[in-house]
Design a protein around this ligand. Structure first.
Ligand code: FE2
Length: 142
C-alpha cells in the first residue's frame, strides 16, 4: 500500500527561520504518521505519533500567536480563529474515524488542505506584514 505524504516545497517558506523550521517539523511528524502502512500492527505508534502531532500543532500555533502579538500583527484575532478550527478538526478526525484507514485518509485531507493552505495563505500574510513593517524575524532556538 503506497502512502500519500505531505510535500514540502519552497512555496511554503515564509522567510521566518523559527516558523519555517516548525512548519517543516510539522510536515515530518505528519509524514511519519501517514507512512504507516500496517496500521493493525502499528497501533501504538499511530497513537503516539498522533498524540505528538496534536501536541506539536498546539505548541506551534501558540508560538505563532505569541509572535504575531509581539509584532502587533493586525490580523491576529482572525488568524487565531483559523488555528482553533484546525485543532478542532484534528481532534474530530480521530474521534469520528471508524477505523484506522479512514482516520489516515481524513488526516491526509486535513493536513494537506487545511494546514498546507493555511501556511500558503494565512501564515504568508503575517510574514509579508512583518517584512513590510520592518518587524524582527525570529531566529531559531538552539
Ligand atoms: Fe498559522
Amino acid at each position: 500500500m503506497t502512502s500519500r505524504t505531505m510535500k514540502w516545497d519552497k512555496n511554503c517558506r515564509l522567510g521566518n527561520p523559527v516558523m519555517d523550521s516548525q512548519h517543516r517539523l510539522l510536515f515530518a511528524i505528519a509524514n511519519e504518521l501517514l507512512e504507516i502502512s500496517n496500521p493493525a500492527e502499528e497501533m501504538p505508534e499511530i497513537k503516539y505519533l498522533f498524540y505528538h502531532l496534536n501536541d506539536y500543532v498546539r505548541g506551534h500555533f501558540k508560538e505563532e500567536e505569541e509572535y504575531m502579538a509581539k509584532i502587533k500583527y493586525p490580523g491576529l484575532e482572525a488568524h487565531k480563529e483559523k488555528h482553533s478550527l484546525i485543532v478542532h478538526d484534528l481532534n474530530n478526525t480521530i474521534r469520528r474515524g471508524r477505523d484506522v484507514f479512514e482516520i489516515k485518509g481524513r488526516l491526509y485531507d486535513l493536513l494537506n488542505t487545511w494546514i498546507y493552505e493555511h501556511i500558503l495563505i494565512e501564515d504568508k500574510k503575517y510574514a509579508t506584514w512583518a517584512r513590510a513593517n520592518n518587524t524582527p524575524q525570529s531566529s531559531p532556538q538552539p
